[in-house]
Design a protein around this ligand. Structure first.
Ligand code: PLP
Length: 468
């Protein structure tokens, strides 16, 4: 544990009755859940409160948040001022139907987003979560294509390794979509290679590999038939694919290819947005404006479930005509308490210069992660801003991944969590704290990872030696 309980009332408890109740009734999310780990090996954590980068559970234990929740809590935990803004709004008016009514904070937020999103993105459709935003973007892209005279443009191209959500349309775009349980998927989706500077699909390095990935998009559009393709979707910097920062030429080429073939470019900034990568939006690193942008997570820093799709006038144009309203209505889209939370959150991001701070502390975080390359199982250190990871391998030269279910990965995850750092350990160990993280907290995170790697590498020494 990083440090002992800060709860003055009691020492750390062995178990809380909440854990038994949760074991009996709560359904935890995810596709990689190990029930025994969750219920018998301390995998479950029930948090009682949190402040900035530190969370406190019901047993009185303290944890550092190395994942900002799930790359969500950009302004940090325990912001009473956001709660107050939400409380005030709930007392005024919490809900108005999202079809022809709205509320003051929702209108304000639409104006703010039009102002701060790149280029001429200026029309906002609100939803409640990232998957819903992706579903919405798919429908907008397809309907907008039809409205501008291309009703047969329904196909969508995504990328290998991508994650765009869990509802059926978004899941169809997600690489690990699990055919066995959930197929068949949305018709007309194909997946192409994604920039990867560690294990590239074409065995090319750096920019050359990225250029090939962009060229592959053009080939795929031609192969599918440009007259049938509605959109291409990708995260500017993909977390699910391991935080590879593409060379600037990649997104410029993608933009040109989409324009050449009348294909909409959807950038999924659900994780990337609101300072996570050291800029307000990650597309700014590349100077590229998408036709549609999906945002969620850092939009409210998790204080309320809210997401949105922001589009350019060229996409919205057709929807203004009679009989061309969008065939889409979400009861909670633009919920007033959620938009009040997002307004306050964005105010904090700017007032406290958290984007710049995230870029600065992100550079420090990366420099400290680099020191862990001395571990035989750290194959690579990647990322930008507060979106970084270690690539975990059996050996550095062969770059062989352990696989997410390997006991090395499981034990490393348990070791890190046991020492008080919350993060995700799969083929990559992600470190994506809130933008308010301090140097001291980063140092403690690195120390925990360092110690945990040493412990688990000792445990698996024979397998590591055999792979070398
Ligand atoms: N798109 C990306 C890039 C994501 O990372 C996620 C979630 O992690 C989603 C979409 C789906 O968001 P949600 O979990 O809010 O439905």
């Amino acid at each position: 544990m990083v440090s002992i309980s800060t709860s003055s009332s009691a020492a750390t408890l062995d178990r809380s009755p909440f854990e038994d109740t949760a074991t009996n009734h709560l359904w935890f999310h995810g596709w990689d859940m190990d029930w025994e780990e969750l219920t018998e090996r301390e995998g479950m954590k029930i948090f009682a409160r949190a402040k900035n980068t530190t969370l406190y559970d019901v047993r009185g234990r303290e944890y550092l948040d190395g994942l900002a929740g799930l790359m969500v809590v950009n302004v940090g935990h325990g912001r009473r001022e956001i709660g107050e803004a939400m409380g005030y709004q709930a007392g005024e008016i919490a809900y108005a139907a999202s079809s022809n009514y709205t509320t003051i904070p929702t209108v304000k937020l639409s104006e703010t987003l039009a102002r701060i999103t790149p280029g001429d993105l200026d029309r906002v459709f609100f939803c409640s979560g990232g998957s819903e935003a992706v579903e919405t973007a798919l429908k907008i892209a397809k309907q907008a294509q039809a409205l501008r005279g291309f009703p047969r443009r329904y196909k969508v191209i995504a990328r290998r390794g991508s994650y765009h959500g869990m509802t059926m349309g978004a899941l169809s775009l997600t690489a690990g979509r699990n055919e066995e349980f959930f197929g068949p998927f949305m018709y007309g989706v194909s997946h192409i290679p994604s920039p990867n500077h560690f294990v590239n699909d074409f065995e090319l390095e750096g920019e050359a590999g990225d250029i090939m990935c962009a060229k592959f998009l053009e080939q795929e559009i031609i192969n599918q038939g440009p007259e049938s393709v509605a959109a291409f979707i990708g995260e500017p910097i993909s977390t699910s694919n391991g935080d590879h920062v593409p060379s600037p030429i990649y997104w410029k080429m993608v933009r040109e290819i989409c324009d050449r073939h009348g294909v909409f470019l959807i950038m999924d900034e659900i994780i990337n947005g609101f300072g996570r990568t050291g800029k307000l939006f990650a597309s700014e690193h590349f100077g590229v404006v998408p036709d549609l942008m999906t945002i969620a997570k850092g939009l409210s820093s998790g204080y309320a479930p809210i997401a949105a799709v922001v589009v350019r006038p060229s996409v919205f144009e057709g929807f203004k005509n009679e009989g061309a309203s969008i065939g889409h209505l979400l009861t909670f889209g633009g919920h007033a308490v959620a938009t009040a939370a997002a307004n306050k959150n964005i105010e904090i991001l700017f007032e406290e210069n958290l984007i710049e701070r995230g870029a600065e502390m992100g550079a420090y975080l990366k420099s400290q992660l680099e020191l862990l390359r001395s571990h035989p199982t750290v194959g690579d250190v990647r990322g930008i801003g507060m979106m970084t990871c270690l690539d975990l391998v059996k050996n550095q030269t062969g770059k062989e991944a352990w696989g997410t279910r390997h006991p090395f990965i499981k034990n490393l995850g348990e070791a890190v969590h046991g020492k008080g750092l919350l993060t995700r350990v799969w083929n990559q160990l992600h470190v994506c704290p809130p933008l308010v993280v301090t140097r001291d907290e980063i140092d403690r995170m690195i120390a925990i990872i360092d110690e945990s790697l040493t412990e688990v590498e000792t445990e698996f020494a024979a397998e590591i030696a055999a792979a070398a």
